[in-house]
Ligand binder design. Structure first.
Ligand code: BGC
Length: 690
């Protein structure tokens, strides 16, 4: 088990509970009902006469989404690279710094609760919100999330783990029912939430979808049983915006706060305010009790009090001075998160001294690609690809929007920008539009030096042209200044070190979630379809079980296009001397795993070393590899470093649905050290005794 020092709130649970009790005594029933029903889209109601502050909640994981229609908006906020890019850095310290910066901007903008981090597991490449999340692997997501939580809450801003749980598609997310078994839920979908809770996160947002037949926001199994009892979460639980329908179930489920407290103005049929408008009537009918209302109000107040939000102002202008530091962290995230997927004949880096002229063309040259919806962040001091490349390469760059064949042919190197505009509210095809695919293929036929830069929030189909392109750079949504990092990687000023937090399949039909969209249905990209509650509820059966991402492709022997954990560097790394403290160990023992990494190339660079385990014989089907630890190490040319990782019994365990607990079966296991899930450099067998 992995241990970090959790966040401790300024006031502990007991003291905060006592104070909440004393405040509750002063509130009328009506006031309590108003408190648990959300307020004015993005607030928890306050009462001046009781010294209860009104608190502002705002999105999201990649920076502060400014809502200019709300009073006194923040003037600007830093647009960080998308969380999936942060995850590609595999740099936990960076996750903490990134989140701390966002927390500071929350403080500058009077935001008490950040509606993030989003952390749903990447199950299908088509999910429109993958960019907001941390990829396909529970271990990687967990380590990033716990640091995210520590970073944000160190600023006094509450982190909200969302969307609980199994909201892994945005195609009719309001009418989808995720059908997931207990083992899968625990091994794949709960881990990152658990890590966030263990790190001390003080809020959780339930999701739009049903889990096994009940809406998560009013689902007793989800909230009372799993979240509260099993994961031990004791702070604030809120619904996603307009996601619950039965006030009795909401109130009895362990839920605390129905957001947003007002109906939706444009789509009136969506979003009644069920708790607020029904609580008094339900009390009279004895369907709920005053204790229920008190419990919810107390959970809200306790969380606010514990975080110290009573008696201190959220808004603090001193944080406006930290913005230049935030820009640096955003830039560093892009430098470490952009992934070099292909580099034929070492076409990259393009040295400034190279005499080749570069033709820059494609979709995202004059605008910065970014994800849409509540997570969207405008940013400031925006650096476009065109500006960044110009700065790096000066006169060697030609920008041509629609180059003629002759121009493509004549260019020394072509840099072609392509990508997708992913958004909350809908999914999008894995395939690029035909004309874009054809363009890439045409260019690669005309010129053998085409470097394709992909801006996207998740995997896309590259199968028909990946072998024709000279290089592929996965630049995700790089944030306001990430194009500078891209240009630095292209010129070699920065050595790429990002590794994929996802597997990119060859064809969508290869992937575990296929086919999750009911037959005959089409993609849509509008808010009306997103809000269509008349759409029949569709069951999404997670039939692949725990075999998500690389766990799936490996066990099914399906070769993907790019493997989980893969990313190229301009240098090479050698792994050696694996030593495991005990070959045979007992329950409760810790295993120390150490090995050496050497930078065996000519430039400085960082390597992400990954530790996977494999259970040789198990009573349940288990993946061929499961990531259990990783470290990112910086090495100068020729330099070697010792890497140490620790394994515990739970790292060898699976979720036993009979015992309803983790269980490590005695027997043999492989411990494997790799540069990616498909590039194992060292391994050893160990034995767990009964
Ligand atoms: C999203 C949440 C978000 C909320 C408030 C919902 O549509 O699913 O992630 O926090 O809106 O903006």
């Amino acid at each position: 088990m992995h241990k970090i020092k959790p966040f401790t709130p300024p006031k502990n649970y007991e003291r905060a509970s006592k104070k909440a009790d004393s405040i509750l005594k002063r509130l009328t029933l009506k006031e309590k009902i108003e408190l648990i029903g959300g307020h004015n889209y993005f607030y928890i109601k306050g009462y001046e006469k009781h010294n209860i502050p009104q608190l502002y909640l705002s999105d999201a994981t990649q920076g502060v989404h400014i809502r200019r229609d709300l009073p006194d908006p923040l003037e600007k906020s830093t647009a960080f690279p998308a969380p999936i890019c942060l995850s590609s850095t595999w740099n936990t310290k960076l996750a903490r710094d990134y989140a701390k910066s966002i927390g500071e901007e929350c403080r500058a903008g009077d935001i008490a609760v950040l509606l993030g981090p989003g952390m749903n597991i990447y199950r299908i490449s088509q999910c429109g919100r993958n960019f907001e999340y941390f990829g396909e692997d529970p271990c990687l997501a967990s380590r990033m999330i716990e640091n995210y939580v520590l970073g944000i809450q160190s600023t006094g801003t509450i982190a909200t783990l969302k969307h609980f749980v199994c909201n892994n598609t945005d195609h009719h997310r309001r009418t989808s029912n995720s059908i997931v078994d207990e083992r899968t839920l625990h091994e794949i979908y709960l881990s990152a939430f658990k890590a966030g809770i263990d790190a001390g996160a003080m809020a959780v947002m339930t999701s739009y979808n049903k889990l096994n037949g009940e809406w998560c926001g009013q689902n007793e199994y989800v909230i009372k049983h799993i979240l509260r009892k099993e994961l031990g979460f004791k702070w604030l639980v809120m619904t996603d915006w307009w996601s619950v329908y039965d006030p009795v179930k909401v109130i009895k489920s362990g839920q605390d706060l129905e957001m947003p407290g007002v109906g939706m103005d444009k789509l009136e049929y969506l979003g009644d305010v069920y708790v607020k408008s029904n609580a008094s009537k339900l009390l009279k009918e004895k369907k709920i009790s005053k204790d229920d209302i008190n419990r919810m109000a107390k959970d809200i107040l306790r969380t606010e009090i514990a975080m110290g939000l009573f008696g201190r102002k959220v808004k603090d202008k001193k944080y406006l001075k930290s913005y230049s530091k935030h820009e640096k962290i955003a830039l560093q995230t892009a430098r470490e998160g952009i992934v070099l997927l292909k580099n034929k004949n070492k076409i990259l880096p393009i040295k400034k001294s190279s005499h080749k002229n570069i033709l820059l063309t494609g979709n995202y040259i004059n605008t910065v690609a970014k994800g849409g919806g509540s997570a969207e962040v405008e940013g400031y001091n925006i650096v476009t690809m065109r500006e960044a490349m110009k700065k790096e390469f000066g006169g060697k760059i030609d920008f041509i929007e629609n180059p003629a064949d002759e121009q493509v042919k004549k260019a020394g190197i072509v840099i072609l920008s392509i990508g997708t505009d992913d958004s909350e509210g809908w999914d999008r095809p894995f395939e690029l539009p035909r004309e874009v695919e054809q363009k890439i293929i045409r260019y690669t036929k005309l010129n053998s030096h085409v470097i394709v830069v992909v801006n996207s929030g998740s995997g896309i189909k590259m199968t028909d042209w990946s072998n024709k392109a000279a290089a592929i750079i996965y630049s995700w949504y790089p944030g306001q200044n990430g194009n500078k990092a891209l240009a630095e990687i292209i010129s070699g000023k920065v050595n790429p070190s990002g590794k994929l937090p996802i597997t990119i399949e060859k064809e969508f039909k290869d992937s575990p979630g296929y086919p999750y969209i009911p037959g005959g249905e089409k993609f849509y990209a509008n808010w009306e379809d997103d809000a269509d509650l008349n759409h029949p509820v569709s069951d999404i059966e997670y039939k692949e079980g725990v075999f998500v991402g690389y766990r799936w492709y490996e066990s099914k022997n399906i070769e993907p296009l790019f493997h989980f954990g893969f990313g190229l560097s301009y240098t090479t790394f050698k792994y050696s001397n694996l030593i495991i403290s005990k070959k045979s160990f007992k329950r409760g023992d810790k295993l120390r795993v150490e090995f050496m990494i050497k930078n065996s190339g000519n430039v400085a660079g960082s390597e992400v070393a990954q530790l996977y385990v494999h259970d040789v014989e198990a009573s349940v089907p288990r993946p061929i590899k499961e990531l259990k630890s990783f470290k990112k190490i910086f090495l100068k040319p020729g330099e070697s470093k010792k890497v140490i990782m620790v394994l515990n019994e739970i790292d060898l365990a699976f979720w036993d649905s009979i015992k309803h607990n983790w269980y490590a079966e005695p027997g043999e296991f492989y411990v494997m050290i790799g540069a990616s899930s498909n590039d194992i450099r060292l391994f050893e067998k160990i034995n767990l005794s009964a």
